[in-house]
Design a binder for this molecule. Structure first.
Ligand code: ADP
Ligand code: MG
Ligand code: ZN
Length: 443
């Protein structure tokens, strides 16, 4: 046992690392030679990647930038429970409290191990002079940027104040920086490295996108006689299992739709065809939404037809199929939504029931948004959204390994698909279907 694994148990109570990647990232950050970029999905334990290395350096404090006071509070509560001193400086505190924190940090040997601040706070004079003091007296272990995708206009939660953090990176070259995010796209990663001005070469630790238990394919709605019937068969086949499973471990499926009406219509038609289904969308009362989610999670109803609002906090491991009715908004969203399938590691199916009309509907909506955008930044973001959508369309209208498209999008090497998508398992059939689709869409 070395001091890294020792601290893992002693400070955080874990006997093992959550993954090999987590361990490698932690060891790289602990070495402190390079700036480190970590991209791992939500829940994979990114916080520990900087928290553990910070605990290896006595009498030093890690500065952590985080976008929201609510997130900051969660992290501080978590560390406090572990008896690790974590503080924040923010506008919601009493001046007395703020003074207490600052006095400790300005003392010879601070007790504070983590100081959490929002990027807005980082721009204040109070913080800047404090940071200068801490750096001058070598009291900073790391500077950490959590939720680092906020620095990118390609991300969902762009925050202009995050951009200013790049100037700090330039001012304090002696301290290693760590940037973490769950957003994995290549564009966002590129923005994080360049906008935060991380020092090259940056060590990068990314979860590969390839999940070999997921089979991806595309079906063209205009090439089949009975679309709903085909969907129903696909779902029923995916759901098949032994009878003696506990209700909560029963197989389940999700059908994602663009509109509320579609969720209701499809649920209705699937019920008529003997597949017990419920609709889920933002128009339902929150009590109804909770009920749908509970009936689905508990194994009472195997199928949910939902808008993309379904999924936050859904952690059912036995989702055997995720179907998209029409298409998804973009490749990142599609990867995330379809990725709810097969969390147990067993085979699962992800299928798009592609439809030109749906494509045109989304196309129109996104173009309207571009036209309506007021500021240049808004316009840029809308244009980015449109470009992402175009990649999604190409995914559907191209004969190419589906896993490869994801890998390219996330800036990774081509994975070994070995027949885990339609294009790799039967390229000619996919080509034929696509040609038929295009002929019919023209006429
Ligand atoms: P992320 O920021 O990647 O979404 P968190 O850092 O919030 O994830 O961690 C998610 C959960 O995983 C937390 O409850 C955390 O305590 C737990 N966790 C992290 N590392 C380990 C580990 N090595 N062993 C067990 N649990 C861990
Ligand atoms: Mg996190
Ligand atoms: Zn493939």
């Amino acid at each position: 046992m070395d001091n890294v694994t020792e601290k893992l148990l002693e400070c955080f109570g874990h006997r093992k690392f959550k993954s090999e990647l987590q361990e490698r990232a932690i060891r790289a950050i602990a070495r402190g030679v390079h700036d480190v970029f970590v991209s791992m999905p939500t829940g994979s334990g990114k916080s520990l990647c900087f928290q553990l290395p910070a605990m290896l350096q006595d009498n030093k404090v890690a500065i952590v930038f985080s976008p929201l006071l609510a997130l900051i509070k969660d992290q501080i509560d978590h560390l406090t429970k572990l008896k690790i001193q974590a503080e924040s400086i923010n506008s919601k505190m009493t001046s007395k409290d703020r003074e207490r924190v600052i006095n400790d940090l300005r003392s010879l040997k601070p007790d504070t191990r983590f100081l959490y601040v929002t990027p807005e706070q980082a721009a204040t004079g109070t913080f800047k002079s404090l940071l200068e003091h801490l750096v001058k007296y070598k009291k900073v272990s790391y500077i950490v940027v959590d939720e680092a995708h906020c620095v990118s206009e390609w991300g969902h939660d762009f925050r202009p104040d995050y951009l200013k953090l790049g100037d700090l990176r330039e001012s304090y070259k002696s301290i290693p920086w760590v940037a973490l995010t769950a957003t994995a796209s290549a564009e966002v990663a590129k923005d994080i490295l360049s906008n935060l001005k991380l020092l090259q070469p940056v060590a990068q630790y990314k979860t590969p996108s390839f999940r070999k238990n997921l089979y991806y394919d595309v079906v063209y709605q205009n090439c089949i006689e009975d679309e709903v019937g085909d969907l129903c068969e696909f779902l029923k086949k995916s759901l098949k299992e032994d009878d003696n499973v506990k209700p909560r471990d029963k197989n389940a499926v999700i059908v994602y739709c663009r509109t509320r009406e579609q969720t209701e219509d499809l649920a209705h038609m699937l019920n008529k065809r003997g597949l017990k289904s419920l609709a889920y969308h933002g128009g339902l009362k929150s009590s109804e939404r909770i009920l749908v989610q509970e009936r689905w999670s508990s194994g009472d109803c195997p199928c949910v037809c939902a808008t993309v609002s379904f999924g936050m906090g859904v952690d059912k491991a036995t989702v055997r199929a995720v179907a998209h009715w029409g298409l998804a908004q973009n490749v990142a969203a599609y990867y995330q939504e379809s990725g709810r399938a097969g969390r147990d590691g067993k085979p699962a199916f992800c299928r798009i029931y592609y439809c030109r009309n749906e494509r045109n509907a989304v196309d129109f909506l996104l173009k309207t948004e571009i036209a309506r955008a007021r500021t240049p930044e808004q316009k840029q973001r809308c244009k980015n959204a449109y470009k992402s959508f175009e990649i999604m369309v190409r995914y559907c209208e191209e004969v190419k390994c589906r896993h490869k498209t994801f890998a390219e999008y996330f800036g990774e090497e081509t994975p070994r698909c070995a027949g885990r998508c339609d294009a790799c398992s039967d390229e000619r059939a996919v080509r034929r279907a696509l040609e038929q689709h295009q002929r019919r869409a023209m006429s």
